[in-house]
Design a protein around this ligand. Structure first.
Ligand code: G6P
Length: 609
């Protein structure tokens, strides 16, 4: 998704902007650009392609030594990736330059309006109307122009704006999209995310909905939507700069896979009191409210939705009420049946996924109680939920999520047991035992990760395969969905996840000599059925890798290869089962030489529909 950066200070802005844009590459992009303002006016350099391409054309502006500028990485939505469609957009009058993340829904209407006033457009983007509209309203007062233009914008926007007449400032504005302000000494920054500016400052704050910021090198002024000046307290970011870098690994993805034991512990531990009680720190949703909950809906996109599908199985079993996992993009348009007795659990790593955010709003407008599970502090979803539970996974840079998925999963366990406990469905001693077992995961996972050669070996055998089928039953089926997504998104190998019982209703016709089937066989009550499914696909020529429990004696000898999960509690099985499958996807993609951290066509944070 698009990334925005901005710098105002005394240093040469170009290298700072380019470096900051590189830190946002993880968001996914197809073009990049910068704009600099000085007494010579506004200069724009932009291009389709990678930041390295942008670097090759910015030598001249860099030599100019401008100290104020904005930058952008674009992930095309309206208009193909091209030089002209790249941001920044400079108004025809060359008075205003804009970088935009989001979508202007009424841009066609606005184009027509501006065209009637003599404005001409050169791009296919929705964003170009923003620079021209601000130009239209500009009469010497930049804030007035931005606010007047904003009154006409429908949709979502995070904006960085330069004015030719104001060579010492950047204006920033946001609605429904992320934007942070970094406060430095004699320099200030805007960015879509923290890693972009961490090298320069650790003091940041997030701009609120429809707040406008004016940044100069000496300070930041924030004005709310009513025109009132407001103060924001800065948050101190204590991550290591390393946490946002690769730390010696070949890719962010493998680094993040390896970090899972640590971040799972960080997510669980602060919520456990005296080794036996769960304190989630819910502020608005009381125990009484939870006792009154009669149904649960888990709403999310992508891998976060897959966490919801796993949780659906265990929550239904523990709580004995209807629990459904729904794709946010479906939920929001499906007249969801929820009320004050429904708990809607929103799951999102970024906290900015637009469909998920709108799903949340839909749920709240219908009176549902909403708890969100989010990784990015103070993100839109976190802010708009009644209560938020943060996963403490740290910044996740690889587009394909791993550590955020794992922390979401353990947090769903804690939430499940907390609700069960207040509803009188789990005794205190049962909760205490479950907690102890959950807390064993990091150590068990460490053991699996240090033994990653088996997955490396299996990937070396199968990296040339054209199609992979993942099968499982119950929670194993839910885990297959994630395993399949992981493989296809980073290695471009076609894969599908199937409830094993569905095989004979279609998919089995696709099995031929050598087709790879990965059978997840950790769900004990249905192990025999899985063994039969393995035999069925083997009889049609499939090669089978089975993921099995440590004490499974039935599957070895039937499958071609087995991967054993270490001895662990039933609560730990899903968290451990996904690990070899993440590794398998990673090593297949690595064998194929794929761009693992930035797979084609994908974005980390999907802030458009
Ligand atoms: C994108 C990412 C996925 C993620 C999904 C939902 O598709 O590539 O990894 O699961 O968005 O994102 P969220 O930030 O809401 O968890």
């Amino acid at each position: 998704m698009c990334g925005i950066v901005g710098y105002v200070g005394s240093k040469n802005a170009t290298p700072i902007l380019l470096d900051a844009l590189e830190k946002l590459e993880y968001r996914g992009y197809d073009s990049a650009g910068i704009a600099l303002v000085s007494s010579n006016g506004i200069e724009v350099k932009k291009t389709r392609g990678r930041i390295s391409t942008l670097r090759s054309i910015t030598g001249e502006v860099e030599a100019g030594g401008c100290t104020v500028g904005i930058g952008h990485t674009r992930w095309a939505t309206h208009g193909e990736p091209s030089d002209v469609n790249s941001h920044p957009h400079l108004s025809r009058s060359e008075r205003v330059a804009v970088v935009h993340n989001g979508i202007i829904e009424n841009y066609i209407e606005l184009r027509e309006f501006l065209a009637e006033h003599g404005y001409v457009f050169s791009t296919e983007t929705d964003s170009e109307v923003v620079s021209e509209l601000i130009d239209y309203y500009y009469n010497g007062d930049p804030i007035e122009a931005v606010r007047k233009a904003e009154m006409q914008l429908k949709g979502s926007y995070a904006l960085g704006i330069l004015f030719k007449d104001y060579t010492d400032q950047i204006i920033a504005l946001r609605k429904d999209g992320p934007l942070i302000i970094g406060v430095g000494e004699g320099e200030n920054f805007i960015a879509s995310d923290i890693p972009a500016i961490l090298k320069h400052t650790r003091s940041i704050f997030r701009l609120g909905e429809r707040e406008l910021a004016i940044l100069t090198k000496d300070g930041v002024t924030v004005i709310d939507k009513y025109g009132e000046r407001i103060e924001h307290e800065c948050e101190h970011i204590d991550w290591d700069v390393d946490a946002a870098e690769k730390g010696g690994y070949a890719h962010f993805m493998i680094k993040e896979i390896m970090e899972q034991p640590e971040v799972i512990a960080k997510t669980i531990n602060p919520r456990i009191i005296n080794d036996k009680r769960i304190d989630l720190g819910l502020k608005r949703i009381t125990d009484d409210d939870l006792r009154g909950i009669k149904a649960i809906k888990i709403v999310a996109c992508g891998s976060a939705y897959h966490v919801g599908v796993v949780a659906k199985y265990f929550m239904k079993k523990t709580l004995g009420i209807p629990v459904e996992a729904e794709l946010a993009s479906e939920f929001r348009y499906d007249d969801p049946i929820v009320d004050e007795h429904t708990l809607v659990i929103i799951i999102s790593q970024s906290g900015e996924t637009l469909d998920t955010l709108y799903g949340l709003r839909e749920a709240r407008s219908r009176g549902a109680r909403v708890i969100s599970i989010v990784n990015v502090v103070a993100s839109s979803i976190a802010n708009e939920s009644e209560d938020v539970l943060y996963t403490w996974a740290g910044p996740e840079i690889a587009v394909a999520t791993t550590k955020a998925y794992s922390t979401q999963l353990v947090l769903m366990n804690l939430l499940n047991w907390h609700i069960a406990n207040v509803k009188g469905l789990m005794r205190d001693d049962e909760v205490a035992r479950a907690i102890t077992q959950l807390r064993e995961i990091p150590e068990q996972m460490n053991g699996m990760l240090s033994d990653h050669e088996q997955m490396q070996y299996l990937a070396s055998l199968f990296f040339n395969c054209h199609s992979v089928f993942f099968i499982g039953r119950n929670i194993d089926y839910a885990l297959s969905l994630e395993a399949s997504l992981k493989l296809k998104e980073i290695s471009y190998v076609h894969s599908e996840a199937y409830a094993a019982g569905e095989l004979k209703h279609g998919t089995i016709s696709l099995i031929e000599d050598g087709t790879l089937v990965i059978a997840l066989c950790t769900y004990r009550p249905l192990l025999e059925k899985m063994v039969s499914n393995i035999k069925e696909v083997k009889a049609r020529g499939a090669k089978v890798i089975a993921i099995i429990n440590h004490d499974d004696t039935q599957t070895e000898g039937v499958a071609d290869h087995v991967v054993r999960i270490p001895e662990c509690s039933e609560y730990a099985i899903p968290s451990l089962t996904i690990v070899p499958l993440q590794l398998f996807a990673y090593y297949i993609a690595s064998h194929k030489g794929c761009d693992i951290d930035k797979p084609r066509n994908l974005a980390k944070s999907v802030t458009v529909e």
